[in-house]
Design a protein around this ligand. Sequence first.
Ligand code: MF3
Ligand code: CO
Length: 256
Amino acid sequence: MIPIKDKVGIAKMREACAIAATVLDQLKHLVRPGVTTQDLEEAGRDLITRLGARSACFGYQNGSRRYPAHTCISVNEEVVHGIPSFRKVLREGDVVSLDIVVWHDGYVGDNAFTVPVGPISPGVEKLLRVSREALDLGIKQAQIGNRIGDISHAIQTHCESNGFSVVRDMVGHGVGLAMHEPPEIANFGRRGTGEKIKAGMTLAIEPMVNLGGFKTKTLSDGWTHVTADGLPSVHFEHTVLTTDRGPDILTIPRPL
Ligand code: MF3
Ligand code: CO
């Protein structure tokens, strides 16, 4: 069962998501050659605190491991859950995925964006554009009466028809009182499958798209997912509220 948020829950989701989006937006502007992913982590951590929220990543448990940072920062072949490091220096031509998830007043807001570092190759430029479009097309399918698989299908077809592949090992998800709620929202699938979309669902839609093959592996740190072929990967994510007037993107930055 996909949780349905009531009026109060929706108001709180709006707040948590606005904070997550504002942090992400500010971090985007700090990306440039010479900056380390640890610099971005520290800026993100401080901003989250200043906005009265908490990182949902810090201490997040996967088996016996706890995620050690407040942000996830994944460079080039890193798909998601890259751990920030002072050894990781951004260079021109890189792509850096920033994933910000915050708790505020009992609710979680989740969003991600991939930023180019200076000029990048035309192929990766296209990967960024197509993946952003795929997120938009996925969001457009988050309509009452549609099914979750309609979102998945829209994302997959757009990415694959442009020669890219979608990651299979990780998926989007419901979000709200926890970072991960039902349903799973794969970035691949068939139209007309999965649960029916109703008003009041809050969905984290998040295409992870690879320049090469879809296969990924996890590094020995237990968190960082990388592409198996070492080619770049990008990640775009919004938290979206379903309404009878269509999808409402909650992760939009605003003055707080
Ligand atoms: N947006 C990521 C997700 O939904 C955030 C993960 S936080 C981490 O999985 F702690 F697991 F890295
Ligand atoms: Co997510």
